[in-house]
Design a protein around this ligand. Structure first.
Ligand code: SF4
Length: 344
């Protein structure tokens, strides 16, 4: 179990020294569809991981908060840390690291960036709707493309990544990038309630195919696997086959883990949509955040077998840290240093 837990441990969201002291009073840069976007200047963007089980050294998160609003998302703790106790704030008040690209360039110079692997989008989706407005992820990619030794993995549930196809294809020709798509079910209705504002699974698969056809290596991330909801072997096999047909060459997965922060959203969701499963989930997660070791072994063994059967590479070391269910908040975001918000 220790090794399994260690796989789940990654660094925070990379905004070291960047939080506003009083985020409730921070200036809103834009409003759209009931969502507020708040500028969050950062001094550093690359966040160094400390977990030796992860195969990437750095993480980058262009945003804090995520409009996709997945019921199981672990990253809500980042808003709790800033004093937002209502979980809805995570989806409705998005912090935007608008100066990410220059901060990244400065930091890369200072740290003598040497091309060790970077995971983009470990805590929030880098192609969430805010990216359409602010293009922070785009700026980061344009900065990173300057580094000849770049090794980058991106994780998303968004079709917006298609916008950057040409740039990603350029990086792929250097062997510098892989794009992972988190898809946990092909059941469109279930996905709609679980991941209310993310692209449908079918749209993610089409986007995966599009990038694959453009020469960009793509991967399937089945994370989290939900007990009694998405863990049926036949369903998982159908998902893997669909991803294979869309060009996925790699499979990663993780069973659901539930921090105290994510329980506040997940259990009400379960009560609303699958009340009959409440007792089972209470029992499973009564001892802590993780499923039993026996369950984890059974599910990951099944996924490894299915991967082999359908010709996908499968590894236990994490190449990706799927946003929202693989990098628990084991490291609280650091204390704020300075409040310098620019208005829109
Ligand atoms: S799981 Fe990922 S896509 Fe879903 S809300 Fe969390 S960060 Fe966003």
């Amino acid at each position: 179990m220790a090794a399994q837990q260690a796989l789940f441990m990654a660094a925070g969201d990379g905004s070291r020294g960047s939080l506003p002291r009083t985020p409730r009073q921070a200036e809103v840069a834009a409003r759209r569809n009931g969502v507020e976007y708040v500028e969050l200047p950062c001094r550093t963007l690359l966040n160094k991981t400390t977990n030796p089980h992860l195969s990437f050294t750095w993480t980058i998160n262009p945003y804090r908060g995520c409009e996709f609003g997945c019921a199981y998302c672990y990253a809500r703790y980042t808003h709790e840390f800033m004093g937002y106790d209502d979980p809805a704030n995570f989806e409705r008040r998005i912090f935007v690291k608008t100066n990410a690209a220059p901060a990244l360039a400065r930091q890369a110079r200072a740290q003598h960036f040497d091309g060790r692997p970077i995971a983009l989008g470990t805590a929030t989706d880098p192609y969430q709707p805010a990216e359409r407005l602010f293009r922070v992820t785009r700026g980061i990619l344009e900065t990173l493309r300057r580094y000849p030794k770049l090794r980058l993995s991106i994780v998303t549930k968004s079709a917006l990544v298609k916008r950057d196809t040409a740039l990603l294809a350029e990086l792929a020709r250097r062997g510098a990038v892989t794009v992972g798509f988190t898809i946990i079910t092909l059941d469109r209705r279930l996905a709609r309630t679980l991941e209310p504002r993310a692209a449908t699974p079918q749209r993610r698969l089409r986007t995966m195919r599009h990038l694959h056809d453009a020469g960009v290596p793509v991967a399937l991330l089945v994370s989290p696997i939900l007990p009694h909801l998405t863990d049926a072997a036949a369903d998982l096999e159908r998902l893997i086959i669909a991803a294979r047909q869309a060009g996925a060459a790699t499979l990663r997965c993780n069973p659901l883990w539930l921090s105290s922060s994510s329980r506040k959203t997940f259990f009400p969701w379960l009560r609303q949509h699958f009340p009959q499963l409440l007792p089972a989930y209470r029992r499973i997660y009564s001892q802590g955040m993780y499923q039993s070791e026996a369950y984890i072994t059974r599910v990951t063994s099944l996924m490894a077998r299915l991967a082999a059967k359908h010709g996908l590479a499968y590894g236990t070391a994490d190449e990706f840290a799927p946003e929202g269910n693989e990098a628990p908040g084991t490291e609280a975001p650091p204390q704020p240093q300075q409040l310098t918000l620019a208005g829109s």
